[in-house]
Design a protein around this ligand. Structure first.
Ligand SMILES: NC(=O)c1ccc[n+]([C@@H]2O[C@H](COP(=O)([O-])OP(=O)(O)OC[C@H]3O[C@@H](n4cnc5c(N)ncnc54)[C@H](O)[C@@H]3O)[C@@H](O)[C@H]2O)c1
Length: 465
C-alpha cells in the first residue's frame, strides 16, 4: 500500500481528475477527502442547492469536519449539474446516489442507472480511457449486470476494455465519515478488469492515512461483501441484545460484564457487542434485509438474517415495556436521543423515533429531545409527541425517560433537572451519571439483572425539601 500522504499531495500518484455523482451524506465528504489529498474533484448533483453550496465551498450536508476540510482544499473543488462536463473533465467517476429499498427488500438501481446514462453519453464524446465506480450500495449482481449493460449501451464502449467498471463501497458511519474514509480497515474493490481496479486502487491508496488491507475481486463478490459485513455486524449487535434480555431475568447477571469478557476472545472481538438499543440508520437494517432477500431469492436459507431483523424490531417494544413498567398508564414519558447515533441529524430507522411512536401509540404523553435531530424527527413524529427545548427540559417534564442515543451531553443531567415527582431513567448507553441524578432519579441499565429482577419500587415522590 502507498505511503502516508501529506495533505494536498497524492504522493504515490499524479493528481487525478475525479468526478463524484451525488453530493449527499457520503458523496460530499468524499469530494472533500479526495481534494484534500491533491486531486481535482468535480461534484455533480441534480439538486442545484447542493451544487451551489459545493461550488461556493460550503458543505452541502452536516458532517463533522467537512466544512474545515473544504476550507482547506476548495480551490481543487468544482461542482455542476452538468454530468457530461464533469465526466469530460475527469479520468474516473464515482457514483454515490441513493439506492432506496423497494417493497421486496431489494435496492432499487434507478438513480444509478440515470447517472450511468449521463456518464455513458458523455463518454461517447470523450476520447481516452475512463473508469466508472459504483459506490452506492447495490444488490449483488447489479454492477456486472444491468449497470454494465447500460454503460456499454450508452457509451458505445466495451466494458472491461474501453471503459473500466468497479464496485467499491465506503465503510463509514455518519458522524465520522471523514475519519472513516481516511482510516479504513480495508479497501474493497470489485473490478471488471485489472486495469480498472488498478486505477481505483491507486486513487484510494493516495487518500488513506493508514495502510489498510486491499481486497480486489470480481464485481459480485465485492457487492456481496459490502452487505455481508453489515449483516454480520447486525447479528453481533443483536446477539448482545439477546444476551441483555436474558441477563435482565437472571439475578446477579450483568450483560456488560459478560460481553466485556466475550470481547476478549479474539475470535469474537469487543466492537458492537453491547446490550443497548437495537440498530438503526440508513445502512444496517436495509442491508440485513437485502441480504435475506437475496438469499431467499436464490433458494438459500436466510434464517439467521431474518431472525436478526425480527429480534431488532423486538428491541423497541422491549424498551417501551421497560418504560411502561416505570410509569402509570397515560403518564409522561421521555425519549432522549432521536438520531440513530450521535453526531448526526439522521433519524432513519432510529430506535428513539420508533420508541416515541410506540409509546405515543400506547397512550403515553411523550416528550422528546435530541441535540441535533429535532427538525428531522419532527417530520416523522409531527404532533404525536411534545418537543423539549433541552435534555433538562425533557427530564423535568416526565416520570420516566429512556436515553436512546449516546450523546455525551446527556451526562450533564443532574438531580435538580428532575421534576418534583422524581423519575426513572433507562440508560441504554450508560451515559448518565447515576450519582449526580440520585436521589430523585433511579437509573436502570438494560442487561443488568439486579436492575430488573429485584427491582426496588420506584421512588416517585421527592423527599420533603
Ligand atoms: N449514508 C450512509 O451512511 C451510507 C453508508 C454506506 C453506503 N451508503 C450508500 O451510498 C449511497 C448514497 O447514500 P447517501 O447517504 O450519500 O445519500 P443521500 O441521499 O444523502 O445523497 C444522495 C445524493 O445524490 C443525488 N442524486 C440522486 N440522483 C442523482 C443523479 N442521477 N445525478 C446526480 N445526483 C443525484 C441527490 O440529490 C443527493 O444529493 C446509497 O446507496 C447508500 O446506501 C450510504
Amino acid at each position: 500500500m502507498g505511503k502516508k500522504q501529506d495533505s494536498g499531495t497524492p504522493g504515490a500518484i499524479a493528481p487525478m481528475g475525479v468526478s463524484v455523482i451525488g453530493l449527499g451524506k457520503l458523496g460530499a465528504p468524499l469530494v472533500a477527502v479526495l481534494a484534500s489529498k491533491g486531486h481535482r474533484v468535480t461534484g455533480v448533483d441534480l439538486n442545484p442547492d447542493a451544487v451551489r453550496a459545493m461550488a461556493e465551498g460550503r458543505a452541502p450536508v452536516d458532517e463533522p469536519g467537512l466544512q474545515d476540510l473544504l476550507d482547506r482544499c476548495k480551490e481543487r473543488v468544482g461542482a455542476t449539474t452538468d454530468i457530461a462536463a464533469a465526466v469530460a473533465d475527469s479520468d474516473i467517476t464515482l457514483i454515490i446516489v441513493p439506492t432506496p429499498t423497494g417493497p421486496d427488500g431489494r435496492f432499487i438501481n434507478d438513480h444509478v442507472l440515470t447517472a450511468i446514462r449521463g456518464i455513458g453519453e458523455a463518454l461517447k464524446r470523450k476520447t481516452g480511457y475512463h473508469v466508472v465506480v459504483v459506490t452506492s450500495t447495490v444488490m449483488p449482481g447489479s454492477t456486472g449486470g444491468v449497470i454494465a449493460e447500460a454503460l456499454a449501451r450508452h457509451s458505445g464502449r466495451i466494458v472491461g476494455r474501453e471503459v473500466g467498471l468497479c464496485y467499491s463501497p465506503e465503510f463509514i458511519a455518519l458522524g465520522s465519515v471523514i475519519r472513516d474514509m481516511l482510516h479504513p480497515d480495508m479497501i474493497l474493490i470489485g473490478e471488471s478488469d485489472p486495469r480498472a481496479g488498478g486505477v481505483l486502487e491507486r486513487l484510494l491508496a493516495s487518500v488513506v492515512e493508514t495502510r489498510p488491507q486491499v481486497r480486489r475481486m470480481n464485481l459480485v463478490n465485492a457487492e456481496l461483501t459490502k452487505i455481508a459485513v453489515n449483516t454480520y455486524v447486525t447479528t453481533k449487535i443483536t446477539y448482545a441484545n439477546m444476551l441483555g434480555e436474558l441477563c435482565e431475568r437472571l439475578p446477579g447477571a450483568d450483560a456488560d460484564v459478560v460481553t466485556g469478557a466475550l470481547g476478549m476472545d479474539t475470535r469474537i472481538g469487543g466492537k458492537y457487542l453491547r446490550a443497548a438499543t437495537g440498530y438503526g440508520g440508513p445502512c444496517f437494517p436495509r442491508d440485513n434485509v437485502a441480504f435475506a432477500t437475496l438469499a431467499r431469492g436464490l433458494g438459500a436459507r436466510a434464517d439467521l438474517a431474518e431472525a436478526t431483523d425480527r429480534m431488532n424490531s423486538h428491541q423497541v417494544l422491549r424498551l417501551a415495556e421497560m418504560l411502561a413498567r416505570e410509569a402509570a398508564p397515560g403518564a409522561s414519558v421521555g425519549v432522549l436521543g432521536l438520531s440513530y447515533k450521535p453526531d448526526t441529524e439522521v433519524c432513519e430507522a432510529s430506535q428513539g423515533v420508533m420508541l416515541a411512536q410506540a409509546l405515543a401509540a400506547a397512550g403515553f404523553r411523550v416528550v422528546v429531545y435530541d441535540p441535533k435531530a429535532m427538525p428531522t424527527a419532527r417530520r416523522v413524529l409531527a404532533k404525536t409527541v411534545e418537543y423539549a427545548s433541552s435534555a433538562k427540559d425533557c427530564a423535568r417534564r416526565v416520570d420516566a425517560f429512556a436515553v436512546t442515543t449516546a450523546w455525551p451531553e446527556f451526562r450533564d443531567l443532574e438531580s435538580d433537572d428532575i421534576g418534583p415527582g422524581g423519575a426513572v431513567a433507562i440508560d441504554c448507553w450508560r451515559v448518565l451519571d447515576d450519582e449526580r441524578l440520585a436521589p430523585y432519579c433511579r437509573v436502570i441499565v438494560p442487561g443488568r439483572g439486579d436492575d430488573h429482577v429485584a427491582r426496588k419500587p420506584a421512588t416517585r415522590k421527592r423527599a420533603a425539601a
